[in-house]
Design a protein around this ligand. Structure first.
Ligand code: NI
Length: 241
């Protein structure tokens, strides 16, 4: 946060320099880099919760890499152990990484100590894998209260398109639900822990690319829409409404 709009100002050379900077060098660890997207291009941000899960996340990363599409992953802290290589690969491929608590718990109603533990332990695990960084937060179930907003040290990322991919795990239905609904500025919620969702995600990407959409991380979506990320702000879609 506080870095302002990067999209216009950062050249490719500068972006490469940042990407190659050593751990601990600051923005290189946090920025997913500028999105090189022509003006007027409709944008969507794919987001994936509840990973990492090697069997499905790896296949998703490969599919996204083939299509050169970035996404945003909200990871569960207790699943990070043993998955360092997968998370480093995520980062290296330009995806944004965020926090989804350590144990996938509702944060509304947690004491300050419990809240700090859920986010702090996840932050520590991510830092051990990736070095220092800014990890935006998605509260499980999208549930939060005034205290969640007051305690937040990052934007709180919700979504505007939710095909409820966990419900029936029906790839056809999930693809249709998203592609019929998707509009410029949407944040799409999926879960990279189901094979059906990975299949659906890659078909959604192919369909929306054909329709002229560009895929960006949530961080890039805000930057391209001229929105300054603030702690505690709720991200649903940009433009909102
Ligand atoms: Ni979740």
């Amino acid at each position: 946060m506080g870095k302002g709009r990067r999209g216009a100002a950062l050249t490719l050379a500068a972006a490469l320099t940042l990407a190659l900077a050593p751990p601990g060098a600051g923005p290189a660890q946090t920025a997913t880099g500028p999105a090189r997207v022509p003006d007027q291009t409709p944008l969507v941000a794919l987001t994936f919760d509840d990973g990492p899960r090697p069997a499905t996340t790896e296949r998703l990363l490969d599919g996204l890499a083939l299509r050169e599409v970035p996404a945003t992953f909200f990871l569960i802290g207790c699943q990070l152990e043993g998955n360092g290589d997968l998370v480093r690969e995520m980062k290296a491929r330009g995806h944004q990484i965020g926090i989804h608590t350590f144990d996938h718990v509702k944060v509304a109603g947690l004491s300050r100590a419990e809240y700090d533990e859920q986010l702090g332990k996840t932050r520590e695990a991510l830092t051990a894998i990736l070095g220092p960084g800014e990890w935006w937060f998605r509260p499980p179930y999208g549930l939060m209260d005034e205290e969640t907003r007051a305690r937040a040290d990052s934007p709180l990322v919700l979504w505007s398109v939710d095909p409820e991919d966990w419900k029936d795990r029906d790839t056809e239905r999930i693809v249709a639900a998203v592609t019929e609904q998707a509009q410029d500025g949407d944040i799409i919620l999926l879960h990279d822990i189901y094979d059906s969702s990975v299949d659906a995600a890659l078909r959604i990407v192919d369909t929306l690319l054909d329709r002229g959409f560009a895929f960006v991380t949530v961080e890039q979506l805000l930057a391209l829409r001229g929105v300054e990320p603030e702690p505690g702000m709720t991200c649903i879609r940009f433009p909102f409404g």
